[in-house]
Design a protein around this ligand. Structure first.
Ligand SMILES: [Zn+2]
Length: 380
């Protein structure tokens, strides 16, 4: 979901990162404040003054979003849900949770903390705005304060819309989860809310585009698409985690196909790669495991040399990226495969190769489970 992100600051142990897409948005926000909002609200300033106000406005917006995500993170940490960090990206911010909240109560409080903190900031900026009016400070200062009060109010209200994965959707899910004790059903309903809301935004976007507001229209349209995508995706993710939560690597691993070290690369390709279509093979000599050989390594060697080189000559130590323990949970392995792009991992215990676990086998087990449990949303 994210592109390249840059580490920025650390707030109470939470790393704040900024995705490249956010820098573009920051530029757009500053520009629209400088030529739109501030000139409209406060007349008679020089253009350069509007730009200065706009920069303060954009910095305040940045602070407001970090503040909102920060409170999600603080409450999550208090509830025992680990937080990797806060990332600002195109459509706002996100507190990256490593796992889902375990109880409806913790989900409720983590979700509600964000909008509450935004409401609080809106109130603070509103009071400061009033104070600045009575103290008769530079008019620019009051207009920035008013903008920040307004934007925090909008942040709070927008996030409270009951559409998963937005805060309001999470609050709704927590309440439904508490009422019926069924996380699956609660997620389904909240995600449907997200899907519908995304659709409404896309429709509004189209309407705007058709009536001549191209930029605003595209904006609505993309946010709508994004919310729909995330709603559907997070529903699937939760179903997958639920279905596989008790599975360990041991249960799903297969016997490994070993390759002897004393055959040539040509033989390896003909007899193993073309036969099994694996990208990685463990190399064994006698009873001991020597390491790994991958198709990428073979590809780096010219084909005409394949019959002169033995497998043992290019065998490398298997990287920790490719190995897991037999007792690890399949959900965690799936997460690792997702991040690293590796689809086959060796199951190693005390330096000995026990088996191989592949994405294909995990998926096969998942689809069998789904079919038995009568969930058809995965078969498409
Ligand atoms: Zn939030």
């Amino acid at each position: 979901m994210f592109g390249k992100s840059v580490n920025l600051i650390k707030v109470f142990g939470f790393q704040v990162k900024v995705d490249i897409s956010w820098i573009i948005i920051a530029g757009l926000v500053t520009w629209s404040l400088a030529v739109g909002f501030f000139p409209h609200y406060l007349e008679g300033l020089r253009p350069v003054d509007y730009w200065i106000l706009a920069i303060f406005g954009a910095l305040g917006l940045f602070f407001s979003i970090v503040f909102h995500e920060f409170w999600h993170s603080v409450v999550a940490r208090k509830m025992g849900v680990p937080i990797k960090g806060i990332t600002l990206f195109m459509f706002g911010g996100v507190a990256e949770m490593d796992e889902d909240p375990r109880t409806p109560k913790s989900e409720f409080w983590i979700a509600v903390a964000g909008p509450l903190s935004s409401l609080f900031l809106a109130l603070v900026f509103y009071l400061l705005f009033n104070l600045s009016l009575t103290l008769d400070v530079i008019p620019g200062v009051s207009s920035v304060l008013m903008y920040l009060a307004l934007i925090n109010l909008i942040l709070a209200i927008f996030n409270l819309i009951p559409a998963f994965p937005m805060d309001g959707g999470r609050i709704l899910r927590a309440i439904l989860w508490q009422l019926k004790k069924d996380l699956r059903w609660a997620t389904q309903v909240a995600a449907k809310g997200g899907s519908i809301f995304g659709f409404v935004l896309m429709g509004l976007g189209l309407l705007n585009i058709l009536t001549g507001y191209l930029v605003g229209g595209l904006w609505y349209f993309f946010i709508g698409m994004f919310i729909r995508f995330v709603a559907q995706n997070s529903y699937r993710q939760i179903m997958v985690r639920n279905a596989l939560k008790d599975e360990t690597v041991q249960k799903l691993m297969k016997n490994p196909v070993h390759v002897p070290g004393d055959i040539t690369l040509r033989e390896l390709v003909e007899d193993y790669v073309y036969k099994y279509h694996y990208k990685l093979f463990p190399v064994k000599e006698g009873e001991s495991m020597k390491g790994c050989v991958t198709t990428r390594q073979i590809g780096e060697i010219e084909q005409k040399n394949w019959q002169d080189i033995l497998v043992r000559e290019i065998t490398r130590e298997c990287s920790p990226e490719n190995t897991v323990g037999p007792d690890e949970s399949v959900v965690k392995v799936l997460g690792r495969m997702n991040r690293s792009g590796v689809s086959r991992m060796m199951v190693v215990e005390n330096g000995e190769l026990k088996g191989i676990i592949s994405l294909k086998d995990i998926m096969a087990s998942l689809s069998a489970r789904m079919e038995l449990e009568g969930d058809s949303s995965f078969t498409d």
